[in-house]
Design a protein. Structure first.
Length: 123
């Protein structure tokens, strides 16, 4: 078993300070609902687009003479802007712990430590 990461870009940050409204040709850019898009700026002043990362537990069994990936569970997801906030990381780890507890019969304690270590290196 291993962790596969899936990412999806967001138009505006989920959490954290915003640098203001996105402007193009002097006009405020809005989404399909008429809400102004917000940007997040890095320390060097460049605009950072937020992304949501989902950790998926996957196994690779041999089927018909070759390996196939089999999805087991989505353990949790977190945005890049949430990673910067300690409380949000805590919520993420709580969700991961609950999911792994539910999968207790399917994964060994050794595999659980390996999965948690893999996720920790990413965060």
């Amino acid at each position: 078993m291993f962790i596969r990461w899936h990412s999806r870009k967001r138009n505006r940050p989920y959490i954290g300070p915003s640098a203001g409204q996105v402007r193009a040709a002097g006009r405020i850019v809005r989404d399909k609902h008429g809400i102004p898009l917000l940007t997040r700026r890095r320390a060097d002043g460049t605009v950072a687009q937020d992304a949501r990362w989902a950790a998926m537990l996957v196994e690779s069994p041999w089927i018909d003479g070759r390996t196939r990936q089999r999805h087991i569970a989505v353990l949790g997801s977190i945005t890049e802007s949430q990673i910067d906030v300690a409380r949000q990381r805590g919520y993420f780890w709580d969700a991961i712990g609950k999911k792994l507890d539910k999968l207790g019969k399917r994964i060994t304690p050794k595999d659980r430590k390996k999965i948690e270590a893999t996720i920790a290196t990413r965060l």
